[in-house]
Design a protein around this ligand. Structure first.
Ligand SMILES: Nc1ncnc2c1ncn2[C@@H]1O[C@H](COP(=O)(O)OP(=O)(O)OP(=O)(O)O)[C@@H](O)[C@H]1O
Ligand SMILES: [Mg+2]
Length: 268
């Protein structure tokens, strides 16, 4: 189905919002598929903009961005069929009395043609995905009554239950406690290992995911670094992005990165 084995192929990409400055400029990088990829960088560094541009939701001002050989402008609908996307701030209105099952089943239903009915297979796969993040007992509960961390877990389950060879999650760990983080990270790791699926995740903290990340993109409106986690754990690169207070600390055979932005990032 895919046209290329490059998860991302980005050439001279620039994106300017109509009322602002360039959110991205001179962005060039490639990442091979399959990958577990992390995108890091401080607030406003263009991480969400990069993902939305890749999905065809924003038009590049110049240059190109391709996923699996599909161009964001020309092939937007093909990309959207291939990708399951969990946006940073979900648009689900909390005043609409939807149940957890309605939200979680959307992952399967939205890729069907209308009229959209959930088959018993859809329900089974969705229940299994909720089990992965320990939310199966909330099936009939109203979504707005869940805590923030529980909602994040349901949204990750919805992505896991969906179809498409690429999962893109924009800060799925934001606002979650250690237990929710562990459930989400373990579910993603397990899913990546057992399925031929690439995962792209924006995060402010590499620590919970460093053991499975293959490629890290360090972004600050342009590419500051791209490579394996160990090559990004470099004090020159990190101070360029996070300022002079960024430190790399060696302790008990591990390297830790301490930044104001992310707290501690560990690398073995
Ligand atoms: N719809 C918009 N209109 C105008 N400017 C925007 C819009 N969305 C984002 N921007 C600007 O583009 C820049 C990059 O924003 P973006 O949301 O991509 O950053 P980010 O790296 O995802 O940040 P965060 O870590 O806070 O989520 C910021 O300066 C932001 O103010
Ligand atoms: Mg963002």
């Amino acid at each position: 189905m895919s046209k290329s084995n490059l998860l991302f192929d980005v050439q001279d990409l620039a994106v300017k919002y109509p009322n602002g400055d360039f959110a991205l400029h001179h962005v060039n990088f490639t990442v091979e598929s399959p990958s577990f990829m992390a995108i890091i960088g401080p607030n406003g560094s263009g991480k969400s903009t990069l993902l939305k541009t890749a999905l065809g939701l924003i038009r590049p001002t110049r240059g190109t961005i391709k996923m699996m050989g599909y161009d964001s402008v020309r092939d937007g609908h093909k990309i959207q069929r291939m990708v399951r996307y969990v946006p940073q701030r979900d648009q689900i209105g909390l005043n609409i009395p939807m149940k957890v099952k309605d939200i979680a089943l959307m992952g399967r239903l939205l890729k069907k043609r209308p009229p959209r009915f959930a088959s018993s297979k859809d329900k089974e796969i969705t229940r299994q995905a909720l089990e992965k993040v320990d939310m199966q007992d909330f099936w009939d509960r109203p979504f707005p009554e869940l805590s923030g961390g529980q909602r994040q877990r349901v949204l990750v389950a919805r992505a896991l239950a969906g179809k498409g060879s690429i999962l893109i999650l924009d800060e799925p760990l934001a606002g979650t406690d250690a237990e929710s983080q562990r459930l989400i990270v373990d579910a993603l790791e397990d899913y990546h290992k057992n399925n031929d699926v690439s995962i792209v995740m924006v995060t402010h903290d590499l620590n919970p995911i460093h053991r499975m990340v293959k490629n890290v993109l360090l972004l600050k409106r342009t590419v500051i670094g791209i490579g394996a986690p160990c090559s990004i754990m470099d004090v020159d690169l990190l101070t360029k992005v996070y300022g002079p207070t960024a430190r790399i600390v060696e302790y008990a055979g591990h390297r830790y990165c301490v930044t104001h932005d992310s707290g501690m990032d560990r690398h073995e």
